[in-house]
Design a protein around this ligand. Structure first.
Ligand code: GLC
Length: 418
């Protein structure tokens, strides 16, 4: 009689398995793009507010937004080099500048030297290259005369001179913008609202779903509506409050700004690989941001980081396609994903030694491989010196060969243990 690996283990451990994350957000890694007229300043996407500029001072950036080297395929090349399978771009950030050819305001990309509908070109290139396309939309709008909302964060200190704050009028404006965005750019995989306004309007998400029935909506929308997925960001302070089952964690290659910043503090490959590993093993998607320059090119540091991180991700990607298994071993450091053929052991925090013990597992695998380097590993069932019962032990893991990657070990068990 064939014994299941889990039947073998059942007397010793209790198992919990979450449903397969691939069935929910089946593309696990995305590329976030923060691009707008703020890239001219090369400081921060919220430069207008942070530096206390006037509207007239900020508008001076418009004639400098040339985007002369913008090539949507280069953006997609960068996404592919990371292994990302969807893109989410800022259609409008807090400054109110629109990256599409809109009839709702003159404060848009067609009134800059760029004169190209960036969303149109990018959405068409995405469709051509099997990249899903999603939109970020900020609810504050520092440029629109009716938008000032003192119930919300991320507002200018006070309305611009001459503004007439009026939430009813502003809501109508947002709906007009959504109608354009969700009608003219093909299939939109997700809507990433930003900065909940503390004003409810159930019609907003209803309109979004009517125009894009398959869309996923995040949890930063009108009236604290939780939407379909939660969005912990940066150092994931709100990680614990994420709403299962859908979560997408976001961070940027730059630690200071989401938009292009000339003197940026770039993340390290080690930070990104470990964070991505942890998030994906904990059932979350991961959205990694890049900030293009105002000439349309991508910063070379960011491109390098995307491809270095992607080189790791592509080697280990199959190890995220499965079911999350907890309590298989007493080791709290490991995260385990199970597929029909393999058990994948992930160590997002790295390993401090070259051997691991998988107590109380006692079944010898047919094969143990360090996926990062494709190295075959030695395994034995032994009684380690610190315990008096046998357990599976894996030896000689070449950890020092992969100092900036979380180790991922693939185990294959003999057919009789399946
Ligand atoms: C924060 C920042 C905003 C950025 C967003 C990305 O809300 O304030 O500028 O666009 O994070 O999630």
């Amino acid at each position: 009689m064939k014994k299941s690996l889990f039947l073998l283990l059942l007397p010793f451990v209790s198992l919990q398995a979450y449903s397969n994350p691939w069935q929910m957000f089946d593309r696990r890694l995305g590329m976030f793009i923060h691009w707008g007229v703020y890239s001219v300043g090369g400081y921060h996407e919220q430069e207008w507010m942070k530096l206390g500029l006037s509207k007239a001072e900020y508008e001076k950036y418009l004639p400098k937004f040339t985007a002369e080297h913008f090539d949507p395929d280069k953006f997609i090349d960068a996404a592919e080099s990371l292994g990302a399978e969807y893109i989410v771009i800022t259609s409008k950030h807090h400054d109110g500048f629109c990256m599409w050819d809109t009839k709702t305001t003159d404060f848009n990309v067609m009134n800059t030297p760029c004169k190209r509908d960036v969303l149109k070109e990018l959405s068409e290139a995405c469709k051509r290259r099997n990249m899903k396309f999603g939109l970020y939309y900020s609810i504050p709008d520092w440029h629109h005369p009716n938008a000032y909302n003192k119930l919300s964060s991320h507002q200018l200190k006070e309305p611009n001179p001459g503004d007439e704050p009026d939430m009813d009028k502003y809501r109508a404006h947002v709906k007009a913008q959504l109608s354009e965005l969700l009608t003219n750019y093909g299939e939109i995989c997700c809507l990433f609202w930003d900065i909940p306004p503390n004003v409810d309007d159930p019609e907003m998400n209803a309109l979004v779903r009517k125009l894009q029935p398959n869309i996923k909506i995040n949890n930063r929308g009108w009236g604290g509506n939780e939407g379909d997925y939660s969005t912990p960001e940066r150092d994931f302070g709100d990680w614990a409050n994420r709403k299962r089952p859908l979560t997408e964690t976001c961070d940027s290659v730059g630690a200071q700004s989401w938009g292009y910043r000339a003197n940026e503090d770039y993340r390290t490959k080690s930070y990104l690989t470990k964070t991505i590993d942890r998030c994906l093993c904990e059932d979350s998607n991961y959205l990694l941001n890049i900030g293009p320059k105002s000439d349309g090119t991508l910063p070379k540091e960011a491109i390098n980081l995307f491809s270095k991180t992607g080189a790791w991700y592509k080697k280990v990607k199959p190890s995220f396609h499965g079911e999350i298994v907890t309590d298989l071993t007493s080791d709290r450091n490991v995260k385990i994903i199970k597929t029909p053929d393999y058990l994948y052991l992930h160590y997002p925090n790295g390993l401090t030694k070259t051997g691991i013990d998988l107590h109380p597992l006692k079944t010898l695998p047919e094969e143990a491989i360090l996926l990062n380097t494709n190295t075959k590993l030695k395994s034995e069932v032994i009684i380690p010196t610190y315990r008096d019962e046998p357990s599976l032990h894996i030896y000689d893991i070449p950890i020092d060969d992969i100092p900036d990657e979380p180790p991922i070990i693939r185990l294959k068990f003999p057919p009789e243990s399946k």
